[in-house]
Structure formats: structure tokens, C-alpha cells
Design a protein around this ligand. Structure first.
Ligand SMILES: *[C@@H]1O[C@H](CO)[C@@H](O)[C@H](O)[C@H]1NC(C)=O
Ligand SMILES: *[C@@H]1O[C@H](CO)[C@@H](O)[C@H](O)[C@H]1NC(C)=O
Length: 320
């Protein structure tokens, strides 16, 4: 009886994992631009501390010594930035740990990982995460949540990058209920510091009920693959000011203006995407970004919505 039960249990486990998990891409591995320039390891090798208060969080993440800081529970911010030092991993415990009412900033920093965090409702001008003049950042398996009840400028960005930031990977996150999701390149006037930088990979993210900027990119270079754009109300990928974007193997469902190039002088290459209830503009300014300088495994557009819904966001990977 016991033996028969075990065989049955193994069969069930096998059948259900093969039915759900058609994923080709690893769910637990850094790929993309953050692997370049020496790679991104965060606080690997450093001491681990666990924090439950804003003061303890601020203290734990400063300084350049490698460190892993676990947040346990939801910490309420004070609306101001929470500044992150070099060589830091910030990771949530379980499925409901993170910060509300404030956001992180990496300024003139390097080598930071944000993982498994619930981040919500930071009043402007503080973004949920802002990367300023920083390199080698991995933003993975977080859930960013706001609301669309306020004016579009009540919150600022969910994940903004500016002033020459470079080598960033944004993977397996849920970005939901927000007006201005991810602005890469803060101004039309910063070409001197941004041109040749702002290299970002977005893969396997779920953009759910977002108004715009998934992302909006000025001057930089973005590789956007195997994401699920799920109800985007104004515009999704907005390539501006000479930016080059490669958009492949994504699913766009109920998206207004999925790929914009001509409005503000950007470029894009799009291939192997699926557009459902979505009209793609016929005048995409053809870009030059057709290959990227790293290896990666895309999931095909037809499988992306189920894969991303199953595996993106906080609570899907544990630990580091
Ligand atoms: C953090 O890294 C940046 C970029 O390498 C460097 O300019 C800065 O001095 C570092 N900060 C500290 C406190 O070591
Ligand atoms: C497409 O749009 C129609 C009309 O708004 C809606 O009823 C339908 O559910 C949408 N289809 C999908 C796949 O979202």
C-alpha cells in the first residue's frame, strides 16, 4: 500500500511539472547585460543580516563591504530614498517581505541585487527603485504594485535608471497597477552621459495593467525578450532619442501602441512576438540591434504568458 502510494505520488509530480513547466529559460540564473563588465554578485560572500525596521534596513545596506540583507515582513518607508551601498544583496524572506511607502536608490554605486521583494506605493519623487550613475544591478523576482486611482504623477517610477547607469538585468518581476513603470534615461538633455550606456535586459517580466513606459528608453540599448505585456493602456516600449531596442518572443495582449519609435526618434527591431487585441504601428524605425553580446535562452511568445504568470514575482524563488 505504501509502495503503491509512493509510485502514484511520483507519477503525479512528474505529470504536473511537465504539464505546467514548459519553460526553457532557467528561473534562477542571472543572464543579460548585468553578466557583463565583471558580472553581478551583490553581497555574495558577505555576512547575512535580517532586518525588520526602516532604521535597521538603512543601516544594514550602507557601505561597500559585501553583505546580504534579508527583509522580514513589510517595512513602511518615510517617503525618502533608502540608499544602497556597493556589493549588496537585498532579499525578501518568504512571499510577503519588502517596502511600502518609500523606495531604494543606488547612486554612483555598483554590484547590487534586489530579489524576492514586495515593493509598493512610493509617493513621488521617490521611485520604488532608482538606479543613478550605477553599474551591474540585477532586479529579479520582485513584485512592484501601486494603483491607478491617483493622478499619474502621484507615484513616480517603479524602476527608473538614469545618468549613465549601465549593465542592468530586470528579470522575472511583476510590475502592476501603475502609470509610469520604467523610465530609462531621465531627460532629452542627458545624451552626453547616457549615450553608449543604459544597457538593459528585460526578460520574463509580467507588465499587468500599466499605463506606459514598459520601458521608455532614451539613448540606451535594451534587449526585451519573453515578457508578457498584459493590458498596457497608453504605450508599452517607447524607444526615444536614438535608443536601440531588440524586442523578441514577447506576448502583447490588450496593449495600446506596443512599440513606439517614430514619435521621439528611437529605433527598434521586433521579431517573433505575438500581438493579441493589439495593433502594431506599421512605421517602426528599423534599428540595428539584432544580436546581443551574451548567451540567453528565450521562451517562445506562445508560451510566455503561462510561464511568466507561473514564475514571475515575489514568492516564486526562495533565498539567494
Ligand atoms: C562604489 O562603487 C563605485 C563604482 O565603482 C565607486 O565609484 C564608489 O567609490 C564606491 N563606493 C564606495 C563607498 O566604495
Ligand atoms: C479582446 O478585446 C475584447 C473587447 O475589448 C475583449 O472582450 C476580449 O476579452 C479581449 N481578448 C483578450 C484575449 O483579452
Amino acid at each position: 500500500m505504501f509502495a503503491r502510494f509512493s509510485v502514484f505520488a511520483i507519477l503525479v509530480a512528474f505529470v504536473s511539472s511537465s504539464a505546467i513547466d514548459k519553460r526553457a529559460a532557467p528561473v534562477n540564473q542571472l543572464v543579460g547585460y548585468a553578466t557583463l563588465n565583471g558580472g553581478t554578485t551583490g553581497g555574495a560572500g558577505g555576512a547575512t543580516t535580517t532586518v525588520t525596521t526602516l532604521a535597521a534596513l538603512r543601516a544594514a545596506i550602507t557601505g561597500a563591504t559585501p553583505k546580504i540583507v534579508q527583509i522580514s515582513g513589510i517595512i513602511t518607508g518615510d517617503g525618502d530614498t533608502i540608499d544602497v551601498g556597493n556589493h549588496t544583496t537585498i532579499v525578501g524572506v518568504g512571499s510577503n517581505s519588502g517596502v511600502t511607502g518609500g523606495g531604494f536608490r543606488v547612486k554612483k554605486g555598483t554590484n547590487v541585487i534586489f530579489r524576492n521583494l514586495q515593493l509598493s506605493k512610493s509617493p513621488a519623487p521617490t521611485d520604488l527603485i532608482e538606479l543613478q550613475t550605477s553599474t551591474n544591478i540585477w532586479v529579479d523576482h520582485n513584485t512592484f504594485t501601486s494603483d491607478l486611482d491617483h493622478d499619474k504623477d502621484f507615484y513616480d517610477g517603479q524602476l527608473d535608471m538614469n545618468h549613465g547607469t549601465d549593465f542592468v538585468t530586470v528579470s522575472w518581476n511583476v510590475f502592476q497597477q501603475h502609470f509610469k513603470c520604467s523610465l530609462v534615461g531621465g531627460s532629452d538633455n542627458t545624451g552626453d552621459e547616457d549615450s553608449g550606456h543604459l544597457r538593459v535586459t528585460y526578460h520574463h517580466n509580467h507588465f499587468l495593467e500599466i499605463n506606459s513606459r514598459t520601458p521608455s528608453l532614451r539613448f540606451g540599448t535594451a534587449h526585451i525578450y519573453s515578457n508578457f505585456f498584459d493590458n498596457v493602456l497608453t504605450s508599452a516600449v517607447d524607444s526615444r532619442d536614438g535608443a536601440q531596442v531588440l524586442i523578441e518572443d514577447n506576448q502583447f495582449t490588450n496593449v495600446v501602441d506596443p512599440i513606439e519609435t517614430t514619435l521621439n526618434g528611437g529605433f527598434a527591431v521586433q521579431r517573433s512576438n505575438i500581438f493579441t487585441n493589439t495593433t502594431i504601428e506599421t512605421t517602426i524605425a528599423a534599428g540595428t540591434l539584432t544580436t546581443v553580446p551574451y548567451t540567453y535562452t528565450a521562451d517562445g511568445a506562445s508560451t510566455v504568458s503561462s510561464i511568466v504568470v507561473a514564475s514571475a514575482g515575489a514568492g516564486k524563488v526562495t533565498g539567494l
